[in-house]
Every structure is written in C-alpha cells, then in structure tokens.
Ligand binder design. Structure first.
Ligand SMILES: *[C@@H]1O[C@H](CO)[C@@H](O)[C@H](O)[C@H]1NC(C)=O
Length: 214
C-alpha cells in the first residue's frame, strides 16, 4: 500500500513537471517584442487655413447632405454635408508665414442638431524635422467648444505608429470664407530598437525612462 501511494505521488510529480515544461516552451516560443515600449514625445503646432470659397479656395463641398438642415449652424448647412480639403498648414498664424505642409482629407456635418464636424485628415508635413512624414488625425470637432480634442491615430515616416491627441481650436476667422485653425499636437512615437539588441528592457526601466521623457 505504501509502495502504491509513493508511485502515485511520483507520477503526479512527473505530470506536474510535464505541464511546467510545456508552459515554459510556450513562453519561450512567444514572439519577442519587435518594438520597444519606450516612446518619444512629438510636439508640433501648426495652423490650418480652411478656405471654403473665393480666391485661394482649398476646401470644396463634396457631398450635399440629405439633411435635415442643421439648426445650430448657418442656414444652408445640412446633416451629411461633406467637404474635401487640401488646406495649407503654416508654422505661424498668418497665411504667408512659413509653410509647414497640407491637411488633406474630409470633414462632414456629423450632427443633426449640434455644430459638429467629424474630421478625418492626414497632415502631410513638408518642413522641419518631420519633412515627408504624415500624421493621421480623426475625431469630433464641436465648434461650440473653444478647444476640441481629436485623436492622432497613426503616422508614417519619422512619425510611424504615432499616437496621441490634437488640441484643435479656431485661432482666427479671417473672413466668412477663411478660418484659421490651430492644431496643437501632443503625440509620441516608439523609440526604435537596434536590431542587434531586440530584447525588451525590464519593465521598471522602460517606465522610468518613458516618464523621464514626458
Ligand atoms: C523637404 O524635403 C524635400 C524632399 O527631400 C525637399 O525637397 C525640401 O526642400 C524639404 N523642405 C524643407 C523646407 O526642408
């Protein structure tokens, strides 16, 4: 009886060892993280010139929304109105300040009752450190609020895998046809990991170095 009890214990132990070995193999087989958890902050401020008519027009009505007419906006604005933009971005508030790129995409009257646009634009930067890179911005622009928050959902080039937000405000109304928006970008991009040392750093170190950058 004692012998049989001991052999049961041994086989239990063996089974446990097998389970532990299988678990270890699974963990070792898991793909190594390809990018560091560390991120580098990206701060940018650009001005977007939205010119909806007249000379220098860069925003055109693409789709006349079926309505209803939006009571919180100027007459003639319909739910679903969609505008395509290729708006100039500048470094300063003035349209003739240094060019910074273009904002290309659309905005749509996205509410039936509130003065809200749903924005989807890609900022193509053509100056400075991020020349040639893009930032993809999407979100809700409630023009009744002084500062709106839109999302940075991605990027390309030096801004690949960007994440963050844009504080979006109307900086100046030059004319009924020309509004200047201030885009204050608070984002971050992953710090590239040298290909020879792809091992992830200990979590504590990663967090500390991330915090020290913010
Ligand atoms: C941005 O990059 C393009 C292409 O490399 C170059 O032709 C242009 O001069 C650059 N612009 C600025 C302002 O540096």
């Amino acid at each position: 009886m004692a012998t049989s009890g001991a052999s049961t214990t041994t086989s239990k132990r063996r089974r446990l060892l097998l389970v532990a070995a299988a678990l270890l193999l699974t963990l070792l087989a898991a793909p190594a993280p390809v990018a560091s958890a560390r991120r580098r902050p990206v701060r940018l401020r650009v001005y977007m010139h939205d010119i909806v008519g007249g000379p220098g027009q860069t925003a055109v009505l693409l789709v006349r929304g079926p309505g209803p007419e939006n009571p919180s906006m100027h007459p003639g604005n319909y739910f679903g109105d969609t505008v395509a933009v290729d708006d100039l971005l500048t470094e300063g508030l003035a349209a003739d300040s240094a060019p910074a790129g273009r904002a290309q995409g659309t905005y749509m009257t996205g509410s039936m009752s509130r003065p809200v646009f749903v924005v989807s634009v890609t900022l193509h930067l053509t100056a400075g450190r991020y020349n040639g890179s893009t930032l993809v911005v999407a979100g809700r622009d409630d023009t009744s609020e002084a500062v709106r928050e839109l999302a940075v959902v991605g990027g390309t080039g030096a801004l690949r895998r960007a994440q963050g937000h844009v504080l979006w405000s109307t900086a100046r109304v030059e004319s009924p046809l020309h509004a200047v928006l201030e885009l204050d970008v608070h984002a971050s991009v992953p710090v590239p990991v040298p290909t020879t040392t792809t091992r992830a750093k200990p979590a504590g170190m990663t967090l500390a170095s991330h915090l020290s950058q913010v």
